[in-house]
Design a protein around this ligand. Structure first.
Ligand code: SAM
Ligand code: DTB
Ligand code: SF4
Length: 338
């Protein structure tokens, strides 16, 4: 006789738009049997999105290396000897050429990153020009420039910026082991400035830095409890770079990475959850599992900022094999200024 299937009870959690999630509640999701967790994430995903659609963002490092911050994961920090040469801000024409190439390859959003603690006024003017030029091509725009001072977010909004990326990176408890030159509160302050200026928030973190599952849950709880939670949530798997303090740390169990995607999907049901850094180190099957767990965005293009990403053609082949298509949704409208 066949044994009857007994469904595993799901965790009761009311799901209003921006529910506050405690680390304990998120940890309970992490602790679910893998199949139950993925099933629940798929249900959430299908309630809000076309499960076969994916959003593609391309990255460009417009100012590389020599950063005064001491982020232990980052090859661009001047505190670590990674052999990376510090560069000046890239000329506008080069940025436009890279954006055109990304657009021709199918990218919808162009994200420009600078290795700054915070941008100086003359930097911001130059970046505002880049944003306007990329916007004119018909792409969504995103920048990540470090901490913003009063008025800077408004300046970027005025230039046509759609998204600002600024990550919480990890849980408040683990944060001190990773960065000492800026506080968690500094990050929250910048995120508030971005939100108040009416720019969409792109905010996520990194896993695989030696944190515990509880600390991963702490990161997701922080993100999910933001009011409102971020429109884009990049989940990065640490790319270990020789010369950084985190080179050699024990790699994360791949299933734990998939669980992190699933938990982000469940707790932030309407966000674009981005499978971010670390894809070059993943095989196709693992990436497919991430999509099944609710990832509906990825960094697309042959490079991230300073490290490699899968080749565009390889990604096109992967998406075709999975019957996935590029998200046809119109560009995300930023909320109005508060
Ligand atoms: N300097 C700005 C800042 O930190 O806000 C913007 C650029 S910074 C490189 C953007 C994000 O990239 C970081 O917050 C971190 O989450 C991610 N990142 C940097 N190095 C990484 C690595 N080696 N592996 C995975 N993610 C990384
Ligand atoms: C994000 O969360 N990940 C991207 C983007 N935002 C700027 C950066 C990943 C960087 C990986 C290491 C590198 O290439 O330097
Ligand atoms: Fe600088 Fe950003 Fe790298 Fe930190 S993550 S060292 S702030 S470039």
């Amino acid at each position: 006789m066949q044994t009857a299937y007994i469904p595993v009870p799901t965790i009761p959690k009311p799901m209003p738009e921006s529910a506050a999630w405690s680390a304990e509640e998120v940890l309970k999701l992490y602790d679910l049997p893998f199949m139950d967790l993925i099933h629940r994430a798929q249900q959430t995903h299908r309630a809000h999105f076309d499960p076969n659609a994916i959003q593609l963002s391309s990255l460009l490092s417009i100012k590389t290396g020599g950063c005064p911050e001491d982020c232990a994961y980052c090859p661009q920090s001047a505190h670590h000897d990674t052999g990376l040469e510090a560069d000046k801000l890239m000329p506008l024409e080069d940025v436009i050429a890279a954006a055109r190439a990304a657009q021709a390859g199918g990218a919808q959003r162009f994200c420009m990153g600078a290795a700054w603690r915070s941008p100086k006024p003359h930097h911001l003017e130059a970046v505002a020009e880049m944003v306007s030029a990329v916007k004119e091509l018909g792409m969504e725009t995103c920048v990540t420039l470090g901490m913003l001072a009063e008025g800077q977010a408004e300046q970027l909004k005025h230039a046509g910026l759609d998204y600002y990326n600024h990550n919480l990176d990890t849980s408040p408890e683990f944060y001190g082991k990773i960065i000492s030159t800026r506080t968690y509160q500094d990050r929250l302050d910048t995120l508030e400035r971005v939100r108040d200026a009416g720019i969409n928030v792109c905010c996520g973190g990194i896993v695989g830095m030696g944190e515990s599952r509880r600390e991963r849950a702490g990161l997701i709880a922080q993100l999910a409890s933001m009011e409102p939670y971020p429109e884009s949530v990049p989940i990065n798997n640490l790319v270990q770079v020789e010369g950084t303090p985190l080179a050699g740390v024990e790699a994360l169990d791949p299933f734990e990475f998939v669980r992190t995607i699933a938990v982000a999907r469940i707790t932030m049901p309407k966000a674009k959850v981005r499978l971010s850094a670390g894809r070059e180190q993943m095989d196709d099957a693992l990436q497919a599992l991430c999509f099944m767990a609710g990832a509906n965005s990825m960094f697309y293009g042959d490079a991230l900022l300073t490290t490699a990403n899968p080749q565009m053609q390889a990604d096109q082949r992967l998406l075709a094999r999975l019957g996935m298509h590029i998200d046809a949704e119109p560009a995300h409208e930023a909320p109005a200024c508060r």
